[in-house]
Design a protein around this ligand. Structure first.
Ligand SMILES: NC(=O)c1ccc[n+]([C@@H]2O[C@H](COP(=O)([O-])OP(=O)(O)OC[C@H]3O[C@@H](n4cnc5c(N)ncnc54)[C@H](O)[C@@H]3O)[C@@H](O)[C@H]2O)c1
Length: 399
């Protein structure tokens, strides 16, 4: 796809609201019906569609009968392999490009019914590179919404985060909880994204649903990059015969939700006759790091103990538990995959991803050579994490 920066969107929206299509300028009627989009035969754009969650959304959109799904991803983290199951459908087009490219967004939103906006960088990288975070999460999201409004896209489904709450004051935490305890740039950007969505609906009638994901895990989690997560490192250690390492006492809690459930919530949000709303997307189950490690050990057939290290003062979010009633009532979404089943799915996928030499079967002890190579991998990743301002545990807790 050629770079057409400064093209349609620049011309139409840069000129002000007068440049927007009439439909986009129509006054918004509170509670107006008609926000349901029939996915069968619809055309979707998925930003960040080669990433962990985005690629699962693509799979679900194909299942739901979308006639065309365009993936826009700059591949800073995404992988083409994540779309291996989707590509043979012939209905998926991958565009390697950036949400900073307004001309490209104008091209890709033209004639599009639905935009699923997932492109973002990780919370840890946001802390290390706030200017980049501003460019991607704030300016990039503005570009996506501007293009969607100009093109008359019917609905945007945006990926928000539980990070907007920071350490909540009430548990379970519902959507009316204030965002003022968040002190991360990532959470600030996600909160602003939600406010931006509201303002675009008010200004241009652009329908949207924002989904606040809690702690997402499952197949296609990044196992290659610097910003891998604690579950991946634990699996590496367990297979290498090392106990999973918890930094701190392991009592901090999270609300884990499997990536397939997240993808299903995205599709439900598009199909529901709901707009101008945010929803928690979680299991509504509080799990401590200690319970997580023990469950992972059981699922992997290991009798290793848990190892504890000194806590890292990188994240003050010690507790997460979502109130999921609003998503159940508004979207008909209830998480279906429990932690044990979900971890078994993650482990199965992760084993299949490993080179044959480092992937023993469930419960099988690692051979000496395998252990050595995995210890090396684990050590390399631990060193990378130590360089990082905030580590793997904070990523799992706070993203
Ligand atoms: N994983 C979680 O626990 C979690 C929790 C809450 C919210 N979220 C949000 O869900 C969304 C998806 O997260 P994920 O876990 O799949 O992350 P991911 O890193 O796997 O996916 C993000 C994708 O966006 C792409 N990308 C990044 N910058 C881009 C840019 N400038 N232009 C185009 N593409 C770009 C990356 O290459 C990647 O494929 C994100 O918005 C994230 O903030 C994730």
């Amino acid at each position: 796809m050629k770079d057409t920066d400064g093209g349609l969107v620049g011309a139409a929206v840069g000129a002000g609201a007068a440049g927007l299509p009439a439909a986009a300028q129509a006054p918004v009627t509170a509670g107006a019906a008609g926000a349901a989009v029939d996915l069968a035969g619809s055309r979707a754009l998925v930003t960040g569609g080669a990433g962990t969650i985005g690629s699962h959304v693509v799979d679900r959109l194909l299942d739901a009968g979308c006639s065309s799904v365009v993936v826009l991803d700059n591949f800073v983290r995404g992988r083409r392999a994540n779309l291996a199951a989707a590509l043979p459908s012939g209905r998926v087009q991958i565009v390697e490009g950036d949400i900073g490219d307004r001309g490209l967004l104008a091209e890709l939103t033209a004639g599009t019914d639905l935009v699923f906006h997932l492109a973002a960088i990780r919370i840890t990288q946001c802390a290390e590179e706030p200017r980049l975070a501003n460019e991607v999460l704030v300016d990039g999201t503005f570009n996506v919404l501007e293009a969607a409004a100009a093109a008359g896209v019917r609905k945007v489904i945006a990926s928000s985060s539980a990070s907007i709450y920071g350490l909540a004051e009430q548990f379970p935490t519902d959507e009316r909880h204030h965002p003022y305890n968040n002190d991360t740039f990532y959470g600030a950007a996600k909160a602003f994204n939600e406010a931006m969505l509201r303002s675009f609906r008010s200004m241009y009638g652009l329908d949207y649903v924002a989904l606040r994901y809690f702690n997402v895990y499952g197949p296609r989690m990044d196992i290659h990059g610097l910003y891998t997560e604690v579950l991946i490192r634990w699996m590496e250690r367990i297979v290498a015969g090392q106990p999973p390492l918890i930094l701190g006492d392991g009592t901090q809690t999270m609300d884990f939700v499997h990536v397939a459930d997240i993808a299903r919530a995205n599709v439900l949000a598009a199909a529901a006759d709901v707009t101008d709303e945010v929803f928690n997307v979680a299991c509504g189950v509080e799990t401590s790091l200690n319970e997580l490690a023990k469950t992972l050990l059981e699922v992997m057939g290991s009798d290793l103990p848990v190892e504890y290290g000194p806590p890292r003062a990188v994240n003050g979010v010690t507790r997460r538990l979502a109130d999921t009633a609003r998503a159940a009532a508004g979207l008909g979404f209830v998480a279906e995959i429990g932690l044990r089943e979900g971890l078994a799915d993650l482990v199965q996928w992760w084993r299949a991803e490993q080179p044959a030499a480092v992937a023993p079967g469930p419960g099988a002890p690692a051979a000496a050579g395998q252990a050595t190579s995995l210890v090396a991998v684990a050590a390399e990743r631990a060193a990378a994490a130590a360089k990082s301002a905030s580590g793997a545990v904070s990523e799992a807790v706070a993203s």
